[in-house]
Ligand binder design. Structure first.
Ligand SMILES: *[C@@H]1O[C@H](CO)[C@@H](O)[C@H](O)[C@H]1NC(C)=O
Ligand SMILES: *[C@@H]1O[C@H](CO)[C@@H](O)[C@H](O)[C@H]1NC(C)=O
Ligand SMILES: *[C@@H]1O[C@H](CO)[C@@H](O)[C@H](O)[C@H]1NC(C)=O
Ligand SMILES: *[C@@H]1O[C@H](CO)[C@@H](O)[C@H](O)[C@H]1NC(C)=O
Ligand SMILES: *[C@@H]1O[C@H](CO)[C@@H](O)[C@H](O)[C@H]1NC(C)=O
Ligand SMILES: *[C@@H]1O[C@H](CO)[C@@H](O)[C@H](O)[C@H]1NC(C)=O
Ligand SMILES: *[C@@H]1O[C@H](CO)[C@@H](O)[C@H](O)[C@H]1NC(C)=O
Ligand SMILES: *[C@@H]1O[C@H](CO)[C@@H](O)[C@H](O)[C@H]1NC(C)=O
Ligand SMILES: *[C@@H]1O[C@H](CO)[C@@H](O)[C@H](O)[C@H]1NC(C)=O
Ligand SMILES: *[C@@H]1O[C@H](CO)[C@@H](O)[C@H](O)[C@H]1NC(C)=O
Ligand SMILES: *[C@@H]1O[C@H](CO)[C@@H](O)[C@H](O)[C@H]1NC(C)=O
Ligand SMILES: *[C@@H]1O[C@H](CO)[C@@H](O)[C@H](O)[C@H]1NC(C)=O
Length: 767
């Protein structure tokens, strides 16, 4: 097929009214690449919908998607890289071409910001860095462009001869061919309307077509899908017909992913009409730039020739590509590689053709694993949770702690905390710290472990930036801490000990006991404790001489009273702790009736006063029983209830032991008629609590007795006294104790049983 043409296009340098607006430095990048202008504008400046207009002598042309594919422009919005990229072919419709050597591209960048449009007039001039090959094909993302050198195909041309010079558009016609089909010829204006652009430059004929045009066809070469457009240009001039075959064929392989590699395929031979050439060399690049062979190897880019198929493999994480996170219920990531491939065909030691591919290979969605790690240390009494593996384009926007939402940054850092951890590999993480004591932490009592379980459910809300829907990641952590049993506060008052316990939510696990009895309001009532229990606290006031006290160091000055409250595990009744409080009491007068049957009395005997310095004589009914101590008018007696001339009364439910303190100014005369006041002391024990009643060795009661100091002027106060004169050698009589009627009698009979129980008043002063 012989074809010859030569055509020159005269470009008029346009005089445009340049906008006065200047693009800030750093946001605009304009580069000359081998066959195109590369213009990149930072998205931070351009916003997310920047527009471009091509400008030349014919006017201003908005570069729409369709127009770009027809006229040799490619616009890519690359949020991950942070810019929008415009590639303009040197042969794009509105580029000023000076001798196919110097190209100037004038264009407008239109930015909409805050509802206002701003237009920036820009231009770039590029000088060819690599000579044109006889045939060049660019398989762009959105179009195919073929250019062929005219001279190479015109061996008959004579110096500057313009005999065959056709006039484009009027003379030339194009006829598309598809496999066996032939379409009707059309002139170039008609073809342009269909989206095809033919141009004659200084030395080349250019043909460009978007993909999937009506006249294109898809075929398969060695398993590689190929799109082909075959245009036959012809011009009939008087006696000669010029015919030019223009064939664009591009591999349409979509790319695939296998075992960590992104693959793309093309064929050495894309169409039978393209003559098989001797040798093919392939170079790989990325983002529209070839990389050196060594670099490509280092990065793991490979091209393998399998028969005539060229298979490109790129490790999915290889340098040059980029990753993006994506949420579709789960979190995924995908990798994008903007492949640039150049195929050179060498024919008789000359580069006959260059084929360039701009292809975007994308991996499928790969699961992305965000994980949490429980780094809690119990001794810090705080949860520490690390959320890791967060990709760089994913940020944490909020967290829910046990359902409570906290937006970030956290405002209150006192009991919880969030810090970001950055890793050199680009991933990052967040360390969340929440004190166990933070109100947001749920508590649960673990009966088994006797411990408190702290529970924290965390729902992280993560967002891909820029991105689609949010992604939630949940985790739950728990920690067990030992719980101290409830502890009472105790205070002394003049005549009681006051206990207070502030309730905690999990205190129901324990029970409070006094001795072997569980503290209930009933027990408190029976024993005369004053108890109040509300939601806040338990308060217990234990008056002196009620059951449960232990007395020590009883002297005339006073005594110490000790009361113990036990904390037991409710389920096992095992005593866990106790609160023991000892208070010093110094009432002017008191009487104690111990469980082992000791009556201890401090009595004030004011009528005894003024003995003129003489020691007073006083005793119990048995005059051999004197006081243990005396000071002024006060005397301390301590003696077994069933001794010292006692008398007792056996009631239906109780037994009362009585004695009397005799005193007189007159040392000799024990029983004086001028005594007007009698001091009777009594201890009453419930019968039910008595273990051993009439024994001279031991008296045993489960409870203390109730003591009473009775002052009377009646000669027969208290119990009936059978004999006014106390006798020595006390004896008691058994059996009568079962009488229902209260009776009083003279002690006298020895007991028959001997029962010992160790329980008594200790350290009795002077005793
Ligand atoms: C090209 O841009 C430069 C500034 O970058 C400006 O000085 C010059 O006038 C522009 N040329 C045209 C033809 O618009
Ligand atoms: C191209 O063909 C159309 C229709 O056949 C005709 O109207 C038009 O004038 C032609 N244009 C040129 C430049 O020949
Ligand atoms: C490539 O992908 C597109 C969209 O996913 C699909 O329409 C087309 O058929 C695919 N082409 C090949 C050759 O598999
Ligand atoms: C290469 O081509 C030959 C012959 O067409 C065929 O037998 C062989 O299987 C092919 N090899 C591969 C790896 O496809
Ligand atoms: C292919 O190359 C070889 C040597 O490199 C040469 O002898 C041969 O003529 C070439 N063939 C074609 C068709 O260019
Ligand atoms: C911060 O938390 C502490 C403890 O939970 C709380 O006492 C305080 O009121 C909180 N401050 C603010 C500003 O929320
Ligand atoms: C929160 O972080 C700050 C600084 O890292 C630290 O000083 C503080 O103790 C942390 N608070 C908690 C509750 O961990
Ligand atoms: C990034 O580094 C961190 C910390 O060294 C590591 O835990 C994580 O697994 C790494 N992630 C990737 C994807 O390599
Ligand atoms: C996490 O929070 C989101 C948003 O509130 C909610 O839709 C999701 O159900 C929560 N996940 C869990 C497990 O609570
Ligand atoms: C987290 O760590 C704490 C402390 O080491 C531990 O008690 C707990 O069992 C761990 N696991 C979970 C799921 O909380
Ligand atoms: C009782 O007195 C002794 C000796 O004076 C003393 O050591 C002890 O602490 C006292 N006990 C109480 C409970 O006061
Ligand atoms: C006796 O009582 C007085 C006054 O109450 C006191 O000052 C004195 O110390 C007491 N003497 C003894 C030995 O207790």
């Amino acid at each position: 097929m012989a074809f010859c043409f030569r055509f020159g296009v005269l470009f008029l340098l346009s005089l445009r009214t340049a906008s006065t607006l200047d693009v800030p430095t750093g946001v605009l990048q304009m580069e000359c690449r081998e066959r195109y202008f590369m213009i990149a504008v930072g998205l931070s400046f351009a916003g997310d919908k920047p527009r471009f207009e091509a400008v030349d002598s014919t006017g201003v042309h908005a570069i729409t998607e369709e127009y770009a594919a027809e006229c040799g422009y490619t616009i890519s919005l690359l949020p991950v890289l942070g810019h929008v990229e415009l590639r303009a072919s040197y042969f794009s419709c509105h580029t000023n071409d000076a001798d196919d050597e110097v190209f100037t591209f004038n264009f407008n960048l239109i930015v909409t910001r805050g509802g206002k449009q701003a237009t920036y007039a820009l231009n770039k001039t590029c000088t060819l860095s690599l000579p044109w090959s006889p045939r060049e094909v660019t398989c762009e993302v959105n179009y195919m462009e073929v250019s062929v050198r005219s001279e190479a195909t015109c061996p008959y041309e004579e110096n500057g001869d313009s005999a065959f010079k056709p006039v484009l558009y009027s003379d030339w016609k194009v006829m598309f061919q598809r496999a066996e089909d032939q379409f009707l010829p059309m002139n170039l204006s008609e073809a342009r309307k269909l989206g095809y652009v033919f141009a004659l430059t200084d030395e080349r004929l250019v043909f460009r077509t978007p993909y999937e045009q009506p006249h294109s066809f898809s075929t398969e070469v060695n398993g590689v899908p190929v799109e082909v457009v075959h245009a036959v240009l012809f011009s009939r001039q008087s006696w000669v017909v010029l015919v030019v075959d223009l064939l664009a064929a591009c591999s349409m392989h979509n790319g695939s992913y296998d075992g960590g590699y992104m693959m793309w395929e093309t064929s050495e031979l894309l169409h039978s009409l393209v003559s098989p050439l001797n040798e093919t060399e392939v170079s790989i690049g990325v983002n529209g730039k070839l990389v050196e062979k060594k670099v490509a190897e280092e990065r793991g880019y490979t091209v393998e020739k399998i028969n005539t198929t060229l298979q490109v493999s790129i490790p999915y994480k290889a340098e040059g590509g980029y990753r993006k996170s994506f949420v579709s219920r789960d979190l995924y990531e995908y990798y994008v590689f903007r492949l640039y491939l150049e195929q050179i065909s060498v024919d008789e030691a000359e580069i006959a053709a260059r084929l360039r591919f701009h292809r975007i290979i994308v991996t499928p969605l790969l699961p992305c694993h965000i994980f949490t790690e429980n780094q809690t240390l119990l001794r810090e009494r705080a949860f520490t949770i690390y959320l890791g593996g967060v990709p760089e384009d994913v940020v944490l926007v909020s967290i829910q702690l046990n359902g409570q939402e906290f937006t970030l940054p956290l405002s209150n850092m006192s009991t919880y905390n969030l810090t970001e951890v950055l890793h050199p590999n680009g991933t990052h993480g967040y360390t969340l710290t929440v004190l166990f004591d933070d109100p947001v932490v749920k508590l649960q009592f673990s009966r088994k472990a006797l411990a408190l379980q702290h529970i924290l459910n965390v729902n992280y809300t993560l967002a891909v930036q820029p991105g689609n829907e949010p992604y939630y990641h949940q985790t739950a952590v728990t920690a067990l801490t030992r719980v101290s049993p409830p502890a009472f506060d105790a205070n002394c008052s003049e005549s009681s000990i006051h206990f207070k316990l502030d309730h905690r939510p999990f205190d129901y696990f324990w029970e409070i006991a006094i001795g072997s009895d569980v503290l209930t309001s009933d027990l408190a009532n029976r024993r005369g404790y004053i108890m109040s229990n509300d939601s806040q606290s338990l308060q217990l006031d234990v008056p002196l001489f009620t059951n449960g006290y232990k007395y020590q160091n009883v002297t005339l000055k006073g005594f110490s009273g000790t009361f113990e409250i036990l904390v037991r595990v409710r389920e096992t009744s095992e005593v866990q702790t106790s609160t023991v409080k000892t208070c010093l009491f110094s009432p002017p007068e008191f009487i104690m009736c111990s469980t082992d049957g000791m009556m201890t009395v401090v009595a004030n005997l004011p009528l005894v006063v003024s003995s003129g310095g003489r020691t007073l004589r006083m005793s119990l009914m048995d005059n051999s029983c004197g006081p243990k101590d005396m000071n002024g008018t006060r005397a301390l007696f301590s003696f077994p209830v069933n001794s010292c001339g006692f008398i007792f009364e056996l009631g239906k439910d109780y037994v009362t032991y009585q004695n009397e303190i005799f005193y007189n100014k007159n040392y000799q005369n024990m029983v004086s008629n001028d005594v007007t006041e009698r001091v009777i002391v009594q201890c009453t024990y419930p019968l039910s609590s008595l273990r051993q009643l009439f024994t001279m060795y031991r008296f045993v009661s489960d409870t203390v007795g109730v003591g009473k100091i009775i002052r009377t002027v009646q000669p027969t106060a208290g119990l009936q006294h059978p004999s006014r004169k106390p006798t020595a050698g006390l004896q008691s009589t058994p059996a009568i104790a079962r009488h229902a009627q209260p009776i009083a009698f003279v002690p006298g009979v020895r007991p028959s049983t001997r029962y010992f129980r160790v329980s008594r008043v200790h350290n009795l002063a002077g005793g």
